[in-house]
Ligand binder design. Structure first.
Ligand code: UDP
Length: 322
């Protein structure tokens, strides 16, 4: 099979490219390197089964060309990370809404199955113990920039679902919960590489708010296995499926755990949300996935622990500092 991965030079996309190439498939990566990094895919340069195309999903002619040359599409290109969304809301909206529309339109034109990656931001402020795919979305005012990411990704989901429902295009939606691992960088907000980077350097670890907010962190290797299993299964067409780890930890406990595991001398500093992001910023208190559907459809379950994540991310950061 030949796959297109939009956003394939990014953290998740590049790991997906590695896995597809490792099983013998061919991969075309389309990435504008806005947040993706060429370094992430450097190991494949010269591989005849791999092609890198530099460009944006907003370039309809380019998307038309690459979609036409593959059997199936993984659409991962997006503006991600709360920092980026808050700092560059218009650009993020264009990429996430218009860009996704272009990719879906071209997948439909060429009749290519497509898996779109959505996000747990979809659920907004819903603090349920176990967020299932049919659960309600609870969002703040659209005037609070943070929620624009949730809105944009919801529109992408509706588009993908409607292309399946009304036009019969085989589409799949995967909602990714917080995903972490080697190659992820902290510039765009992501808490785990930020904390580990600070801990390794002995610099203060900045906990936003009071640190009682919780998250569940999935290891990239588990998530990639899930993405491929969902794309491979004929049963998942027209479905939205959560992928994430269910182990819940508060951000303050995460900071303490990282300090302990890395035997760091870093101190913990609390930063008000207004300072960390923008005035009136609303965080999500909690975000715990229900992954029963992934288990039912593709027998997927997370296997890696938070300790595995901390070990792998710190080893990666240390190798890059050297
Ligand atoms: N966070 C933090 N310090 C940081 C970066 C993030 O306390 O340096 C918090 C952030 O406010 C949120 C959680 O960690 O409550 C997860 O943030 P991230 O941006 O990784 O993901 P998301 O908010 O999308 O879950």
């Amino acid at each position: 099979m030949r796959y297109l991965i939009t956003g394939g030079a990014g953290f998740i996309g590049s790991h997906l490219a590695d896995a597809l190439l490792a099983r013998g498939d061919e991969v075309i990566v389309l990435d504008d390197l806005s947040t993706g990094r060429h370094d992430n895919i450097l190991t494949h340069s010269g591989n005849p089964k791999f092609e890198f195309v530099l460009g944006s999903i907003l370039n309809a002619d380019l998307v038309d060309d690459v979609v036409g040359r593959v059997d199936e599409v993984f659409h991962l290109a997006a503006a991600v990370g709360v920092n980026l969304i808050v700092e560059r809301p218009l650009e993020s909206l264009a990429t996430n809404i218009r860009g996704s529309e272009v990719v879906l339109e071209k997948a439909h034109k060429h009749g290519r199955p497509i898996l779109v990656t959505s996000t747990s931001e979809i659920y907004g402020k819903n603090t349920s113990d176990s967020l299932g795919e049919e659960d309600d979305r609870i969002l703040g005012s659209p005037l609070k920039t943070r929620w624009s990411y949730s809105e944009a990704k919801a529109i992408e989901e509706v588009l993908a679902y409607t292309y399946w429902k009304n036009k019969g295009l085989p589409t799949r939606i995967v909602r990714l919960f917080n995903t972490v691992g080697p190659r992820q960088v902290g510039h765009y907000g992501m808490v785990v590489p930020r904390f580990i980077d600070s801990a390794l350097k002995g610099q203060p670890i900045t906990v936003y708010g009071d640190g009682t907010q919780t998250r569940c962190f999935g290891h990239i290797s588990d998530i990639v296995v899930g993405l491929i299993a969902i794309a491979d299964s004929p049963k998942t067409i027209g479905q939205a499926i959560n992928l994430g780890n269910t182990f819940e930890i508060s951000i303050l406990d995460l900071a303490k755990l990282i300090i302990k595991e890395l035997e760091s001398k870093s101190e913990i500093v609390f930063v008000p949300y207004d300072q960390a992001y923008e005035a009136g910023f609303e965080d999500m208190e909690r975000r715990v996935p229900n992954v029963d559907k992934a288990k039912k459809f593709v027998q997927w379950e997370p296997t890696k622990t938070l300790k595995n994540i901390i070990d792998d991310v710190s080893a990666d950061l240390i190798s890059r500092i050297k």
